[in-house]
Write a protein that binds this ligand. Structure first.
Ligand SMILES: C[S@@+](CC[C@H](N)C(=O)[O-])C[C@H]1O[C@@H](n2cnc3c(N)ncnc32)[C@H](O)[C@@H]1O
Length: 281
């Protein structure tokens, strides 16, 4: 992986999230706040409710580093559901670094509506080259964004560089399970315009090599299956209404692509969960 592949992946992510089809789909089916995998307590729970639960669970892991006077960096912040939760619930400052200006505009407007724009700064840029000095943040946070990286080694090293001593890195990501053959997930990767997924053992190895302590992976891979079943059900159920916000071709592509994610989860090929590590003093 190189700087060049990282730049290509960043451009691909920017294009992907900037298209009106993708924007319309995430806003309508995911709820337009939290666009990551949910943690479901029942198989029919609304996607938005389960996705918010993931934010709460990740926040619990780093709660002692949150609060007024603390600063969090959210890498790949989407529409800002997690940033508003963190700022609103804990009173911390949040810097939201995200490559998609289309999402950032919506993020800033929603922060104003929520009265949280004083605590959240939305910055357009790539997490491959974080525009902040070393040791600047108490917590570095990310959800389902590292899957878009073209150089995850560089990305993790950047994330750790900007962490303050004793600062916490917490992230969720969609991954290939460790035993998945490299070419088994091609159609899924293509929908997200990404080249490959990380694996849990890659992240665990890299976090340890970067010198983090308390490294932990809360493996919730079974939740990915429920999540993709729910996304498929909702896309089917709301197909008529979705035709007003996304093109017929994109809707058809989703209806054939989402069941492949369900099947990949059923075969144990995808993995998902919450990673946590702490920078030494
Ligand atoms: C699935 S969305 C998750 C958004 C948000 N974290 C959430 O959970 O609601 C992935 C996000 O990663 C962002 N992203 C992808 N590549 C990026 C990069 N190189 N630098 C910054 N953000 C990036 C996208 O713009 C998008 O907002």
């Amino acid at each position: 992986m190189s700087h060049e592949s990282a730049a290509k992946a960043a451009e691909a992510a920017c294009r992907y999230y900037g298209t009106s089809d993708v924007d319309g789909f995430y806003a309508a089916v995911w709820g337009g706040e939290d666009i990551h995998t949910g943690v479901y307590t029942t198989p029919d729970e609304p996607v938005a409710v389960a996705s918010r639960r993931t934010v709460e669970l990740a926040a619990e892991r780093v709660a002692e580093r949150l609060g007024p006077g603390r600063t969090v960096l959210d890498l790949g912040s989407g529409y800002g559901g997690p940033t508003r939760y963190l700022a609103g619930r804990f009173g911390c400052r949040v810097v939201a670094l995200n490559i998609s200006e289309a999402q950032n505009e919506r993020h800033r407007a929603t922060n104003v509506e929520a009265g949280l724009d004083g605590l959240i700064e939305v910055v357009t840029g790539s997490f491959q080259d974080i525009p902040y000095p070393a040791g600047h943040f108490d917590v570095v946070w990310s959800q389902e964004a590292f899957c878009h990286s073209g150089d995850r080694r560089e990305l993790l090293s950047e994330a750790v560089r900007v962490l303050a001593p004793k600062g916490d890195l917490v992230f969720t990501d969609l991954m290939a399970a460790d035993a998945t053959p490299p070419d088994a997930l091609g159609t899924m990767l293509a929908r997200l315009a990404v080249e490959d997924f990380a694996t849990p053992s890659f992240y665990l190895r890299e976090l340890a090599e970067l010198g983090l302590t308390h490294v932990h992976f809360d493996d919730r891979s079974e939740q990915a299956r429920t999540h993709y079943v729910r996304l498929t059900e909702e896309t089917r159920r709301r197909a008529d209404e979705l035709r007003d916000v996304i093109s017929p071709a994109y809707l058809a592509a989703l209806l054939s692509n989402l069941p492949l994610w369900v099947e990949a989860c059923r075969q144990g090929r995808l993995s998902w969960g919450i990673f946590h590590g702490r920078r030494t003093a």
